[in-house]
Design a protein around this ligand. Structure first.
Ligand SMILES: Cc1ncc(COP(=O)(O)O)c(C=O)c1O
Length: 366
């Protein structure tokens, strides 16, 4: 049996007729940008997330870049301002800050692999203006301490919800708990498009207008340009595709949760550390293992595909040379030991049991 890490073919097949119909409608409409599909999606997703505004854009990185750029244009943030961000994140979170000449302040993770809120306050300086919270692996990174720190220090709270579609905190959807949030609809996400797509959600009308204009060359009315913007818009095909996916998101997340709970119950190998998140949509199911590469090779030989999220942390990348000597031992340890098991709504129970059995069979002498 071959078990893919994630088969997009299978995921698409689950709603193929509906998806093809939605795409065909766009094709037949002759209208491919800034049309009805975009408007319908933005309205539906704002309602789902629970914000007044949703602005579609090209991808999740652009969504983050647009938020911080908009805050700069509005005079809320300035070049050189410091933004607290988890050290254990996908590089896009950091790129959005450096692209805007903001200074990322990297914070080590807690036992759920999310930003350690007990370490935030000591990193705050007079230049700190915001926290960029990342719900990495689909695990909720928000807590009461972060809320209190934001209030106490008057910090903006921006969410990177690229991996957290459908997550809830205190009855609110992530994407609505801070000042603004970025979402990615990269095909492999819990709610994936047929290419790149993303959006910004916020209750802040001024920010929403600035993001909208900045993603449209900086224009708020045709041929009128208050900003030097970029071109980052969602296209009608992607909007129509994710509109279909949105209907199934909660059910898909429930299936992911069932699989994750089965893993948590069934995996009993003392060489493996399981992460037991209190609140997750299980975009990724991470385990930690000192002999990670050996385990990965063993699973591969059994036909089970796994991935590593992520093998090199942002501060160790060549593109951030100045940080290469920073000591972030917890983040570095995660990069050396993390392994992501297949966990998605298209998996069968039999596949899940096969993964559990293989992991329980593994000994490091493989
Ligand atoms: C945490 C995080 N932030 C941002 C992004 C960027 O999203 P995109 O790939 O749509 O640019 C991703 C995903 O790729 C991500 O995982």
């Amino acid at each position: 049996m071959k078990i893919d890490y994630l088969s997009l073919k299978r995921i698409t097949r689950q709603h193929a007729d509906e998806l093809c119909k939605a795409v065909n409608q766009v094709v037949d409409s002759g209208w491919y940008l800034q049309g009805k599909a975009t408007h319908d999606f933005e309205t539906a997703y704002a309602q789902y997330i629970g914000t007044r505004h949703c602005i579609g854009c090209g991808n999740g990185l652009d969504a983050l870049i647009l938020i911080f750029r908009a805050y700069k244009e509005l005079g809320v943030l300035h070049e050189g301002d410091e933004v607290i961000v988890p050290a254990n994140t996908y590089i896009a979170s950091i790129l959005a800050l450096t692209e805007n000449r903001l200074t990322p302040i990297l914070i080590e993770p807690n036992a759920e692999l999310q930003i350690d809120s007990t370490q935030i306050e000591q990193a705050i300086t007079p230049k700190t203006r915001a926290i960029l919270l990342v719900h990495l692996y689909g695990i909720c990174a928000m807590n009461d301490a972060i809320r209190a720190i934001c209030r106490r220090h008057k910090l903006l709270l921006v969410e990177d919800n690229a991996q957290g579609h459908g997550l809830k905190w205190n009855g609110l959807r992530t994407g609505s708990i801070g000042n603004a949030a970025a979402h990615s609809f990269y095909p492999g996400k819990n709610m994936g498009a047929f290419g790149d797509a993303g959006c910004v959600t916020t209750n802040d009308e001024m920010l929403a207008n600035a993001v909208q204009s900045l993603g449209n060359y900086g224009s708020n009315h045709k041929y009128v340009f208050p900003y030097q913007g970029l071109n980052s818009r969602i296209d009608e095909v992607q909007a129509a595709v994710i509109m279909v996916k949105l209907k199934y998101l909660d059910a898909d997340n429930q299936r992911r949760k069932t699989i994750a709970l089965r893993y948590l119950e069934g995996i009993k190998n003392e060489r493996i550390t399981l992460i037991r998140p209190t609140n997750s949509v299980f975009h990724i199911f991470p385990i930690l293992c000192e002999q990670r590469d050996n385990l990965q090779a063993f699973l591969h030989q059994k036909g089970i595909e796994t991935m590593v999220h992520y093998p090199i942390p942002p501060h160790r990348q060549a593109c951030f040379k100045a940080w290469n000597t920073l000591k972030l031992p917890i983040t570095e340890r995660i990069a050396q030991t993390e392994l992501s098991l297949p966990c998605n709504q298209a998996m069968t129970d039999e596949e899940v049991e096969t993964v559990i059995q293989a992991i329980n069979q593994w000994t490091e002498t493989y």
